[in-house]
Design a protein around this ligand. Structure first.
Ligand code: COA
Length: 159
């Protein structure tokens, strides 16, 4: 699997995945375009290079201010759930953000979004706080999760 920076020609596929993902923030095209053009944005797409024709499997949009980053949006094509796409997007985002100087990543997630919560916990996010009635339609509280990037995790040597 390859995770790379978003390019203009990916826009239609990103919007199509968003349309299939009611649990993700529904952005107009202009919001993605702004993020892609903003040096504080990290906008990634995943693809299988071996697939013919190559197609976008999912995307993740991060925003960084100095040493704090936020995961603003993430979605995977439902036809490719549970293939490691979400995890690969987070891993590459984390790598790039750390390189850019971020020390932690925050995100908000619906408390009922079990798949997203399982993904975030599996890559090391922890509960930071809770936001009452953060979401509408339907109304729901948010968990704010955070992931410390710095100092980079030390992988114990294998004996
Ligand atoms: C959340 C989402 C991005 C996960 O993407 P994905 O590519 O299917 O996730 P991955 O295959 O990388 O899964 C990584 C880990 O997450 C967890 N996970 C993912 N989907 C899960 C599910 N449906 N149930 C339980 N755990 C799940 C597992 O721990 C999994 O690790 P494992 O395969 O080793 O068990 C995807 O379900 C999605 O696009 N959902 C709709 C949009 C959304 O909710 N966005 C988040 C808004 S905050």
């Amino acid at each position: 699997m390859k995770v790379r920076q978003f390019e203009k020609q990916d826009m239609a596929e990103v919007l199509a995945i968003q349309a299939k993902s009611p649990l993700t923030a529904q952005w107009p095209e202009s919001e993605y375009a702004h993020l892609a053009a903003d040096p504080r944005g990290t906008f990634l797409v995943a693809e299988f290079e071996t697939m013919e024709p190559v197609k976008v499997l999912g995307f993740a949009a991060f925003y960084r201010i100095i040493d704090e980053a936020e995961l603003r949006n993430i979605a995977v094509d439902p036809a490719h759930y549970n293939q490691g796409v979400g995890r690969a997007l987070l891993a590459e985002g984390r790598r790039r953000l750390l390189e850019a100087g971020a020390k932690r990543i925050f995100l908000e997630v619906r408390q009922s979004n079990r798949a997203a919560l399982a993904l975030y916990y599996s890559v090391g996010f922890g509960l930071h706080s809770q936001r009452k009635d953060y979401y509408h339609d339907p109304r729901e509280d948010a968990y704010v999760l955070s992931l410390e990037l710095f100092p980079p995790a030390v992988v114990p040597a294998i004996r």
